[in-house]
Ligand binder design. Structure first.
Ligand code: FE2
Ligand code: FE2
Length: 369
């Protein structure tokens, strides 16, 4: 960052929290709520988050967001940067915005209702993050972990994440917010009864063999889970753009403004998820992992290899399989319509044909920011 001519000498640079900002927090602090003027109500359900001076503020961010900023600032001073994923690897949502609009204009609502319902269910699955087995990281990592996101995973970060996705007690979370956005936009559509069953069909098939057999299984497992969730959270941004644009289009949405605003609130809530996961993985990356046979492996080697493996799995084979399955479902939905072959032809013509931009043998570079 450079000082421009307008910046008076001696003024602090607007660069995150001060150097002596606290970096140790209690679970209660990381779950602490901002003081909202009014709560968020979605589809008659009291949801998390709320409004301050008319602006939406994400739940449990009073301390959590400044904490993540402080850990990242420290990481940037000490290490090579914070891991990121290049957006070129991001598979675009299928059906695309134009394809979805084509279907809706033709009165084919089922695939879109199914797609939105699937998104809401997957959001709800996010609660599983609180059940991820976390080993004793102080025994698994050579260097100190004081004042890191890593040492707060089970002290608030995973719990806050789980609550954001699936709701907590009497408050709805992203699951309920996506349902509300869907019901606003399409006026309480009939939800296909087979969404969960279809979603479960493809899950849990590929058990991943360890990349680093000398690491304790739970250590590689934790890194792989965080890498997996981080990639999914980053890629979800495309789903949010799709959702905001589609549900916000008055031509196809019955409550364009309210529905797209709801999606924008969910999108805002995802920021702490992406950022704490990027931070924790980067903290492992600049440390040393201890193996079960008394050896050491640089964290960078482990994180980069696992991240590349997860990224390739999530962005190459999985979208291809999902796209093929969805294409068949949409074909069946369209077949029920009059002039179905013409609609199917137009739908297929809008296919962007996206494929993962690296071949099987190409290395995947991990970006830093
Ligand atoms: Fe979410
Ligand atoms: Fe999330």
């Amino acid at each position: 960052m450079s000082l421009d001519a307008q910046t008076p000498v001696g003024d602090p640079l607007p660069e995150g929290p001060p150097k002596d900002a606290p970096i140790e927090f209690s679970e209660a602090q990381l779950l602490a709520e901002p003081e909202f003027d009014e709560p968020l109500i979605a589809g008659g359900v009291r949801c998390h988050g709320g409004f301050i001076d008319g602006e939406y503020v994400s739940p449990r961010t009073l301390v959590r967001m400044p904490a993540i900023d402080a850990w990242q600032s420290r990481l940037r001073l000490e290490g090579p940067g914070v891991v990121d994923i290049s957006r070129e690897f991001m598979p675009p949502h299928y059906p695309s915005l134009e394809q979805a609009k084509l279907l809706l204009r033709a009165g084919v609502q089922k695939p879109i209702t199914r797609s939105l319902t699937m998104i809401s269910i997957v959001e709800g699955f996010g609660a599983m993050i609180r059940d991820v087995p976390v080993p004793d990281l102080r025994a698994a990592i050579k260097e100190d972990l004081a004042g890191t996101a890593l040492s707060h995973l089970t002290a608030g970060l995973f719990e806050a994440h789980a609550r954001d996705e699936a709701g907590h007690r009497d408050q709805g979370g992203h699951k309920q917010m996506w349902e509300a956005a869907r019901d606003l936009a399409f006026d309480n559509p009939r939800v296909p009864g087979d969404v969960l069953a279809r979603l479960m069909q493809g899950r849990g098939r590929n058990r991943r063999p360890p990349l680093f057999p000398t690491l304790p299984e739970k250590v590689e497992g934790l890194i792989a889970t965080m890498a997996n969730v981080m990639v999914i959270e980053i890629f979800a941004d495309d789903v949010f753009s799709w959702g905001e644009a589609l549900l916000g289009d008055p031509e196809v949405s019955a409550a364009a403004e309210a529905a797209s605003r709801m999606v924008s609130y969910i999108r805002a809530d995802e920021r702490p998820h992406v950022e704490y996961l990027r931070t924790a993985l980067s903290e492992v990356r600049c440390r040393t992992l201890l193996t079960i046979d008394g050896g050491e492996i640089p964290g960078r080697e482990v994180v980069d290899a696992i991240l590349a493996q997860q990224l390739r799995g999530i962005a190459s084979s999985r979208p291809r399989e999902q796209r093929e399955a969805l294409h068949e479902e949409i074909r069946a939905d369209i077949a029920e319509m009059r002039l179905s072959s013409e609609l199917m032809r137009k739908f297929t013509a809008l296919d962007d044909g996206w494929t993962f931009p690296r071949s099987e043998d190409d290395p995947i570079e991990i970006a830093l920011s």
